[in-house]
Ligand binder design. Structure first.
Ligand code: CTP
Ligand code: MG
Length: 245
């Protein structure tokens, strides 16, 4: 009974807009990747970690993580998050029965959340994601060609047309870590492998690949602290959360 956590950190962080890949960016003076890895290790339910690094940055990743209380390996990721997870999953041996997939971009995910996901998998749910109720009203839109140019020759605002409003009570915002029976996740990645090469085809989370197999995915309560750092605004929020700890 071994739990392996795949920590995805091979992205470039385009939307954060720093010179360095996102996982190396500090939050509260500590690289995001180190915070994320420590959170997994502190849960007490993760036996080993494998990190996906940007091409050519494996040694830098080892240095950025620093000492960890569980064994930690680094592999080079792929062109998409899905491809990176698949590369990490190749390191899961037959002794591994549970695999967690977690984003380094969620460095403040609390150890209790990690434990909640693993406990749900170990109690017989073969695919488990954390989720939170959606607070905004969510509408589906289509492009609408843009509005007429404003007087004075300013460029036109992009305008979209609302198609419908979704029932918010049935929607959840999904986080990581996501937990899986190892064999199920390997089957899901094998079946969905053709999607891994291109961003517009690739699954944005691992549960999506399991759903494509027709296998049920279960949800446990997420945690606001597990927010994903995508933009400079998210980074500022994470800094404030960390100060408050
Ligand atoms: N990721 C990865 N391999 C990729 C792309 C993303 O391991 N080829 C990881 C990122 O490092 C991140 C997580 O997947 O921890 C979620 O991706 P995202 O937040 O989109 O990060 P980036 O792809 O780095 O950011 P951006 O899309 O703004 O470039
Ligand atoms: Mg990305």
């Amino acid at each position: 009974m071994t739990t392996l956590a795949i920590l995805t950190a091979a992205g470039s962080g385009t939307r954060l807009g720093r010179e360095i890949p996102k996982a190396f960016v500090d939050v509260g003076g500590v690289p995001m990747i180190a915070l994320a890895a420590r959170g997994l290790a502190a849960s007490g339910v993760v036996d080993a970690v494998v990190i996906t690094a940007p091409p050519g940055r494996s040694a830098d990743m080892v240095a950025a993580v620093g000492p960890l209380s569980v064994p930690c390996d680094v592999v080079e990721g792929g062109a998409t998050r899905q491809a990176s997870v698949a590369a990490g999953l190749d390191r899961a041996d037959a002794a591994t029965d549970v695999v967690l997939v977690h984003d380094a971009a969620r460095p403040l995910a609390p150890p209790a959340l990690v434990e909640r996901v693993v406990t749900a998998v170990r109690s017989g749910r073969s695919a488990v994601v954390p989720g939170l109720p959606v607070t905004d009203t969510i509408k589906r839109v289509v492009p609408d060609g843009g509005s007429p140019a404003a007087p004075g020759g300013e460029s036109a605002q992009p305008v979209e047309r609302v198609v419908d409003t979704l029932d918010r009570t049935a929607l959840r915002a999904v986080q990581t870590p996501q937990g899986f029976d190892r064999e199920l996740l390997q089957r899901a990645h094998a079946e969905g492998a053709a999607r891994a090469a291109a961003e517009h085809l690739a699954a944005t989370d691992d549960a999506g690949l399991v759903e494509a197999l027709g296998v049920p995915v279960h949800m446990v309560r997420g945690d606001a602290a597990a927010l994903k750092i995508t933009t400079a605004h998210d980074l500022a929020v994470a800094e404030l959360l960390l100060e408050g700890r």
